[in-house]
Design a protein around this ligand. Structure first.
Ligand code: SME
Length: 173
């Protein structure tokens, strides 16, 4: 499978996200399991773009608590309260948050001291509920813009079509 790993760094962002989307669907063909989807998408984005950290924080207590899910990178914080940090802000507002410079974001949670910018995108499940957030961190300042928001928001729509919602299968043990 290693030989199918993609590198989209040379592509314009729109094409890069389209390539990731294509590979995500190819790899997952016939499987609509949210954990497999989170793991596969984390892997494709991490290696495809060469980001510092890519992964999911799942809603385990709606409106209150997020817990780490499948990710690629160094150890992530295990739990984040809704409303705290960039992930908690995206969960509280259910909106994508782009942080060009993490040092200028009050309450930013530094899991990896090398992170300089990040984007967090809400993930909605098959029932239309917030199920998780997708967090992508970069070593570079201002690595993310509107094209990343659009590309990532389009990619996470795949979760609305997974067999059971992310939260209903893995969040409430
Ligand atoms: N920076 C995030 C925390 C998650 S880690 O970076 C993996 C935040 O402020 O919510």
């Amino acid at each position: 499978m290693g030989e199918t790993m993609i590198d989209v760094r040379h592509l314009p962002k729109e094409d890069a996200y389209a390539t990731v989307d294509q590979h995500l669907r190819l790899v997952l063909e016939g499987i609509s399991d949210p954990v497999a989807t989170m793991a596969t998408l984390s892997c494709l984005l991490f290696h495809g773009f060469g980001h510092l950290w890519v992964g999911f924080y799942r809603v385990v207590e709606p409106g209150r608590l997020l817990r780490v899910g499948p990710y690629q990178g160094t150890l992530g914080c295990l739990e984040i309260e809704v409303g705290r940090g960039v992930c908690g802000t995206a969960a509280a507002t259910k909106r994508t948050v782009i942080v060009p410079d993490v040092d200028l974001f009050p309450g930013h949670i530094a899991c990896d001291a090398r992170a300089r910018s990040e984007i967090v995108v809400p993930v909605v499940d098959a029932n239309g509920n917030l199920a998780a957030v997708l967090d992508v961190d970069s070593e570079h300042v201002a690595a993310f813009d509107r094209d990343d928001a659009l590309g990532l928001e389009r990619l996470v729509r795949i979760f609305a079509g997974t067999e059971r919602g992310v939260s209903s299968t893995i969040a409430h043990e």
